[in-house]
Design a protein around this ligand. Structure first.
Ligand SMILES: C[S@@+](CC[C@H](N)C(=O)[O-])C[C@H]1O[C@@H](n2cnc3c(N)ncnc32)[C@H](O)[C@@H]1O
Length: 217
């Protein structure tokens, strides 16, 4: 587990600040809306249904979008403070039996094989330094998902990424070419469905990719 990454969010104040982050300015709210629209496009491509895993769930930002496709969402995050924020934000949906919560690492999920239809992993792997760190996360997503894995990554193939590289901008993130992403996924029996969906065309760093689980129709 990336202890620094979890530590950043694993305090009541850090988690509360993350929950507010996407509501701050109108630009934040707009970019949040656009990002959620990209996630929904990916979920539609995945033909998501049934039970869905949202890991890391953070403060539950994506969960209402996931519930447009799913009957039940399992929210998981390595930070107990984040899970507490998500529980607070999603209280009504949880009371209705639509959401459950677990504090767990994406690299060691306390879920059975094929426990969900689709595993969604948004804004996690770009924090991970290399393929060795990402491998246990891929393995767990592929294990618990019966049909699809939907995962975001920092896309190194876009015009913006190339421009930042040329200028020597330190992105503090692990960016991947789509071919690298697909190769890592293939090692866990995941096959891409279409090209990654980019948040903002070539002027984008965040992209969302959809994978079919080997044997999952
Ligand atoms: C940038 S936030 C993204 C949260 C949410 N997906 C969103 O987009 O709003 C990253 C989250 O990853 C969690 N995290 C870090 N390492 C983790 C791990 N190994 N397994 C599960 N969650 C982790 C952090 O606690 C934090 O909530």
């Amino acid at each position: 587990m990336d202890r620094d990454l979890v530590a950043r969010y694993d305090s009541a104040s850090g988690a509360a600040a993350y929950r507010k982050k996407y509501e701050g300015s109108w630009i934040r709210r707009l970019s949040n809306r656009r990002e959620l629209a990209v996630v929904r496009t990916a979920l539609a491509r995945a033909q998501t249904r049934g039970r869905v895993l949202d890991c890391p769930c953070g403060a539950g930002r994506l969960t209402p979008s996931l519930l447009r496709f799913a009957d039940h969402v399992i929210c998981a995050d390595a930070s107990a403070s984040m899970v507490a924020e998500a529980q607070d934000a999603l209280r009504g949906r949880a009371d209705a039996g639509e959401v459950t919560f677990i504090t767990a690492s994406a690299a060691a999920l306390p879920l059975a094989d094929d426990a969900v239809d689709t595993a969604v992993c948004h804004r996690l792997i770009h924090h991970m330094a290399n393929a060795d760190e990402r491998a246990p996360v891929w393995a767990e997503l592929a294990r618990v998902a019966k049909r699809r894995v939907v995962i975001s990554f920092s896309d190194d193939s876009t015009w913006k990424a190339r421009s930042q590289r040329r200028r020597g901008v330190d992105r503090r993130r692990s960016a991947l070419m789509p071919e690298q992403l697909n190769a890592e996924a293939a090692a866990h029996g995941l096959m891409p469905i279409g090209e990654p969906i980019r948040l903002n065309g070539l002027h984008s760093l965040v992209a969302v990719a959809v994978f079919a689980v080997d044997g999952g129709a």
